[in-house]
Design a protein around this ligand. Structure first.
Ligand SMILES: [Zn+2]
Length: 398
């Protein structure tokens, strides 16, 4: 079995360690020995920080224009409106480069920056049918050796509002999607129970997890979160359900937030945020203190929703810390946790982390410690998959 030694790796606790990888997993982690005769072929990290590979918890591989022509953002006519944005998206996708090329561009961007696990939502509706799912399933297969990808069957045009979508979602799960998605049950489909009946019904029947896009704010959004938590607990789906965005958690009273935190923790429902620029967003520190799993995603990269995003989850940790007012070391470490261990927990990844027995998927980067990595976001880094270098300084190694 192939064995590789990595010497003088700085771990998150500040210690220097020698790591041994055997057959793609960490087989030994020991204090740095500074041996006069290191093992043949050993890689000396010389004190570089080693972190587990980052987790991109929410992306759209099918709708990004990354690497395609620049498409100027079209603003909504009367404030943010999901329905109008979906219509803009349909128009811009008609002129886009082939989907598999755009998805590959995004995947290589992620791998280059050290994300080796990802959850992508993939659009399913009456107009596109299963075309996006079929294409992205094919791309996932091609990149299987480099990155682990979960796919969410995502009803971008609603479920009840888009005739036949419930059946298509079921087909998407049968084809290989890992989770069932949802979209603003109240404001989009205007029927919270009707929408959630389909989502949780499919989850139960197919034995898959749930990840729902929820932009609805205030007490309306909170009501939907309560309904999602109640259904999760009723079906004993703790740890398998996430609510993406959950803007409502960022614009309710402190008392209501405290109650919501308790409820989310008790029902095992995770919250995904991308720390959006101009929206209230879930307060990561308060939710984490309550025991809620808060994870992160970029959501959109150069798509018709917004032009930002660089595929670097360490930079996303920086944005989360910046927008959350995180200054202390323990807070900056929490920002890093959101894009790594918490993401792994939300996605249910097995064998994650820098630990004996874990998969040797990691990033070595020029930083003294985790807080510095989060504020400095060093571009210089090497990405290892199963102990093998696959990318350096943002680019794939051929
Ligand atoms: Zn999304």
């Amino acid at each position: 079995m192939r064995q590789t030694h990595f010497l003088n790796a700085r771990l998150a606790d500040g210690s220097l360690a020698d790591l041994t990888v055997t057959g793609g997993r960490f087989s030994a982690i020991a204090p740095a020995a500074n041996a006069t005769a290191p093992p043949a072929g050993a890689v000396d990290f010389a004190g570089q920080l080693v972190l587990p590979a980052f987790v991109e918890g929410h992306i759209h591989l099918d709708t990004s224009f990354y690497g395609d022509a620049w498409r100027p953002h079209i603003p909504c006519t009367d404030g943010f409106d999901v329905r109008e944005r979906v219509a803009f998206q349909v128009r811009s996708l008609e002129q886009a480069a082939p989907m598999d090329e755009r998805a590959k561009n995004q995947l290589e961007l992620y791998v280059g920056h050290g994300s080796l696990a990802m959850r992508s939502h993939v659009m399913v509706d009456a107009a596109v049918g299963l075309k996006h799912v079929e294409t992205i399933l094919g791309v996932r297969e091609k990149y299987r050796e480099l990155i682990d990808i979960q796919l969410v069957a995502f009803p971008q045009s609603g479920i009840l509002s888009s005739l036949g979508t419930a059946e298509l979602l079921d087909e998407a799960l049968k084809l290989g999607c890992d989770l069932i998605g949802g979209l603003d049950p109240a404001s989009f489909d205007r029927d919270v129970n009707g929408h959630l009946d389909v989502v949780f019904g499919l989850a139960e029947r197919r034995g898959v997890g749930v990840d729902i896009h929820l932009h609805d704010g205030g007490t309306l959004g909170l009501f939907e979160i309560e309904e999602i938590c109640a259904r999760t607990a009723a079906l004993s789906m703790q740890g398998k359900v996430a609510v993406s965005h959950s803007y409502a958690l960022g614009d309710i009273s402190a008392d209501a937030l405290a109650r919501a935190g308790e409820m989310l923790a008790a029902s095992g429902v995770a919250i995904m945020t991308n720390a959006p620029g101009n929206h209230p967003f879930p307060p990561a520190a308060a939710l984490r203190s309550a025991g809620v799993t808060v994870f992160a995603g970029s959501d959109n990269i150069r798509d018709s929703w917004w032009p930002y995003g660089d595929g670097d989850m360490l930079n996303r940790a920086n944005m989360i810390g910046y927008r959350s007012g995180f200054y202390e070391d323990r807070e900056l470490e929490a920002a890093c946790d959101v894009v790594s261990h918490a993401g792994a927990k939300a996605l249910g990844l097995k064998g994650y982390g820098i630990a004996v027995g874990a998969k040797a998927d990691f990033v070595a980067l020029k930083a003294e410690h985790v807080p510095e990595a989060v504020v400095a976001v060093p571009r210089e880094r090497t990405v290892y998959r199963a102990g093998r270098a696959i990318a350096k300084d943002g680019a794939m190694i051929a």
